[in-house]
Ligand binder design. Sequence first.
Ligand code: NAD
Ligand code: DAU
Length: 370
Amino acid sequence: MQSVLITGGAGFIGQNLVHAWCAARPDDRLTVVDAMTYAANIRSLESLIADRSILFVRGDIRDAALMRRLFDEHKFTRVAHLAAESHVDRSIVDPEAFLQTNVLGTFTLLKAALDAWRSWGTIDRARFLHVSTDEVYGSLGPNDPAFSESSPYRPNSPYAASKAASDHLVRSFVPTYGLPVLITNCSNNYGPYQHPEKLIPLMIIHVLEGKPLPVYGDGSNVRDWLHVSDHCDALINVIEQGRSGETYNVGGGNERNNRDLVGLICDTIDRAFAADPNLSARFPSCPATAGRSTRTLIGYVTDRPGHDHRYAINATKLATELGSRCRVDFESGLGQTVRWYLDHEEWWRDVTSGAYKAWIDKNYGYRIVI
Ligand code: NAD
Ligand code: DAU
């Protein structure tokens, strides 16, 4: 039995990880800390909080006193650190929050773990998992080999640079202080509870509302899509079985360019409308209601500055050392994800009200159709 701290547990991957952890390791005690930024939502955790399966603390990882108090109260033996500012476009508009949380917040948490585990004499039995991204490695050309754990760091956005800085800090705590850390760098996640600012949910919701689908540039940029459930399984495996001090890359093995992916989302929604007449009544603005292909909504807009062309992950180390492999095939994972957004309209209407509208104006208002 472990006492586990999950930071950022009210975010997209965090919520999925909390559920996966409760299912995989029901005897562990989970404490979730989250600052509840715009990206957070605890609706999916409410029943776990109510029946005391988990403890939820609203708090900022930069708050050193709070972090130390939580370590002292709950005697954490595992930390899964996911709290971050995570959206590349926001990091271009307002980078400072990324340095604050991703760099200074990570440092504060590392220090709290080190001080606590040293003072209790439990450093040899503890584990700190830092969840990071493939974006730290920069961008691949069309024929380059996929990123491996030894690929050089070449971050291209303030988000990626802040995650790279946090990876370096985390790593430095191994030789300097002997902190038992593990780092994972993963590719683009998709699945339930993803904030609608990110490509897949944004496109699904725009299709349902009959709004233009803003593909950046010419849509040739490639991402390697990883279902969030496969990612969470890998994280639990790494924290329990991984070698301390090591980095593990996690990828989906599903490279798709944005143009094809958005087309696939449209086709999936068209099929869902054809099979279920109730959808037309619920989403009257969607072109599929009138039997028109929703691909007609696709438009190409001003590119993201510094837009990385391609990410791809070589996940051989994770598979050979720890036996972690992806189970969700991309077409069915995407189909389930579309279905999830169709079935959770109330969730995304709630998330896309208020401040989200201001973000959409800020990020898309200046982009011209090309
Ligand atoms: P997210 O933006 O959905 O969630 C981040 C969570 O962190 C939110 O609940 C937010 O409230 C919380 N948070 C932000 N600042 C905080 C602070 N100062 N103190 C406490 N909590 C704070 O992000 P996500 O997509 O779930 O990503 C989780 C982690 O995985 C991040 O570290 C991200 O860099 C990494 N990652 C994500 C992806 C992806 O595709 N989503 C891929 C690779 C790596
Ligand atoms: O690779 C891992 C990273 O994946 C994570 O570290 C980040 O936290 C996560 O946000 C994600 O970053 P991306 O920038 O790849 O994801 P995003 O969903 O923002 O964009 C995916 C691709 O789609 C990218 O090439 C940009 C493009 N895009 C995105 C949006 C929001 C569009 O063409 N139009 C859009 O409106």
